[in-house]
Write a protein that binds this ligand. Structure first.
Ligand SMILES: [Fe+2]
Ligand SMILES: [Fe+2]
Length: 322
């Protein structure tokens, strides 16, 4: 039984009442980016190790703010990509009958709330970017059109027959929404970031718990309608997909690009990257291990690992012990 179903107050359980009462798009005021980001950390420095390196600090507050602003742009653009290119698309397919058959209208109505919520999250992220540019005069290094997560989803489509793309999309969206919920919770707890950044994270996550529960329920019901052979095919493909989806950029191309904009020599850039690499890699590996363990539990809870053949692949890949 999930957290929603355990609540006994009917008015809180009802997804319609919950959405009207709690959705940020209906209740949250606009978030204003600080005028002077030199006075506060626009991004948590614990998530961008370059900012605290002595060679960057030596360049002064402007350089530190520049590094943190670039991480903010990247984070906000990636939220927009996930929402507009992935989650909204999946929700629209549920609404339009392209994923799932005989989906009750109540569930389609809830999928519409997700389209609205995710549209608002993408709006808040882009509003943040536009304000940050106006207040600081700092231009984003790039405007990403994709990222590692979305590339992995596209490789997933290529690896599976077309007839399974809808099933895979629902599964991949469910995995992404659970991952995002935990990521937002975690980054929202970082102590050193400005309240403005934290507010974007805590507002967003307050909607995502609802979404994660919805997609898990839809996946559990939908999976029962998928044929056994197709279930096993997708099951055997999932360990590689999970690793691909969560792969970290151990080359640190983004960090290198940011440092190249500062007044540093090539040797100094290498020094900053080398000095921070152990912490960077340890954090990335720990994140991948913890997230995969959470997602394997989610898959197990919702029946995706029910076949002995699927479990055997997960055990063989070191993702399950039994
Ligand atoms: Fe969202
Ligand atoms: Fe969501």
């Amino acid at each position: 039984m999930n957290a929603v179903a355990e609540v006994t107050d009917k008015s809180v359980v009802d997804p319609v009442s919950r959405w009207y009462a709690g959705a940020t798009v209906r209740n949250a005021p606009r978030i204003y980016v600080p005028q002077n980001i030199a006075e506060e950390n626009i991004f948590p420095p614990s998530r961008q190790l370059l900012a605290a390196h002595p060679l960057v600090e030596k360049l002064g507050q402007e350089a530190i703010s520049y590094v943190l602003a670039q991480s903010t742009y990247k984070y906000m653009y990636e939220i927009g990509l996930l929402e507009t290119r992935f989650v909204i698309d999946c929700s629209l397919k549920i609404i339009n009958g392209e994923i799932g058959t005989d989906v009750p209208e109540e569930d389609k109505r809830e999928a519409i709330t997700i389209v609205i919520d995710e549209g608002y999250h993408a709006y808040v992220a882009l509003d943040f970017i536009i304000q940050l540019k106006a207040n600081t005069g700092i231009e984003p290094l790039s405007v990403p059109q994709t990222n590692g997560n979305l590339d992995a989803v596209h490789r997933g489509y290529e690896a599976l027959p077309r007839s399974l793309h809808g099933t895979f999309q629902l599964l991949a969206t469910c995995l992404a929404e659970h991952t995002l919920t935990k990521d937002l919770l975690s980054i929202g707890k970082e102590k050193e970031a400005t309240v403005t950044f934290t507010k974007v994270m805590t507002d967003h996550v307050s909607d995502e718990g609802r979404h994660a529960n919805y997609f898990a329920r839809m996946l559990k019901d939908y999976w029962k309608t998928v044929g056994t052979d197709d279930q096993k095919l997708i099951g055997s493909f999932l360990p590689n997909y999970l690793r691909d989806y969560l792969a970290a950029d151990f080359e640190r191309q983004f960090d290198r690009d940011v440092l190249s904009q500062l007044d540093l020599t090539a040797d100094e850039i290498d020094t900053v990257l080398q000095d921070t690499d152990e912490r960077y890699s340890a954090a990335a590996k720990s994140y991948i291990d913890v997230t995969i363990a959470n997602l394997v539990k989610l898959l197990d809870r919702n029946g995706i690992l029910a076949h002995p053949e699927t479990r055997a692949v997960f055990v063989q890949e070191g993702l399950l012990t039994v």
